[in-house]
Ligand binder design. Sequence first.
Ligand code: HEM
Ligand SMILES: [Ca+2]
Ligand SMILES: [Ca+2]
Length: 327
Amino acid sequence: SPFIFSKQKSVGNAGKARQPRQLSVTYYAKSCPQVEQLVLSVTSQQFIEAPISAPATIRLFFHDCFVQGCDASILITSKPGSKQLAERDAEDNKDLAMEAFECIHKAKTVVENKCPGIVSCSDILAIAARDFLHLVGGPYYQVKKGRWDGKISSASQVHINIPRANSTIDELIKLFNSKGLTLNDLVVLSGAHTIGFAHCKHFVNRLYNFKGTKQSDPSIDSRLLKALKMSCPQYGGNGAFVAPFDVTTPFAFDNTYYGNLEAKLGLLASDQALFLDPRTKPLVQDLAKNKQKFFQEFALAMDKMGSIGVKRGAKHGEKRKECSMHM
Ligand code: HEM
Ligand SMILES: [Ca+2]
Ligand SMILES: [Ca+2]
């Protein structure tokens, strides 16, 4: 009946932001069956040459999905001479590592060579992030595919959609909820900080002037505080210096991140806050005890994050030939 037809249609539109459109593991089974192998050939080589590509690409995927959905909008470069900057030139994206962009570019080139015009940049990013997660010792999961690339990339959309080191737990919960992610997803996905590094500017306030007190953050371990102060002076430090998120195993994907939080070894205020807030503390304690559970839940949460705001079809998206260039 026409009533039901129009009702279904409006439900479909209303769910645009929240309800992921259907993705599938077998999306390219006929059109490009070797896509995963092709991407892996690049990611595994890149992991040997530049292991930093692993954290960099996982973070790139996160920053893509949180702004306009998982649509490779993060890969588009600003038009030369235009005042309208693209997402990747926004302040909050400036420290995304080049290695990640290069890796996706290489993978896309290899895939285009074998399956021209078939595979979206957003699917390649999702596959590469999974590959790197596994290469650094994290869980393996099947990547659902069928994302189309977005046609919009605007720097002005970034700040409101990307969490910051000084975001409160309330703000983080709100932001994650707005993407269809739960409190549990927030705690589990933050576990990505078991690998990778951060620049001083993201935690220097904790060392010298926590919340305007002119004191250091009381929830930093004193030895870590001392070490971080040596590398990150209050004024005029080396802007290129990076500290590991996980002081114990910065290159291994494991659950030590959570144990570190219990030991006041979190790097960002937003990391340590997960152990200080009564809503998230029990989840941290649980994951610190249970690596198996962390792995299972991380894989599920990545799948969920990878479904945010997914576009399907030529009306809403495109399949870019060159990931950095909107057609
Ligand atoms: C919960 C709120 C989060 C905040 C406030 C946050 C903030 C940050 C900051 C400030 C950095 C350091 C960037 C730099 O100095 O270069 C960073 C790095 C990183 N983030 Fe997050 N992040 C959050 C959640 C996530 C999520 C959900 C993921 C992925 C699932 C993720 C993955 C990473 C990775 C892997 C790095 C290391 C990048 C590298 O070493 O190149 N983060 N994050
Ligand atoms: Ca995006
Ligand atoms: Ca680790």
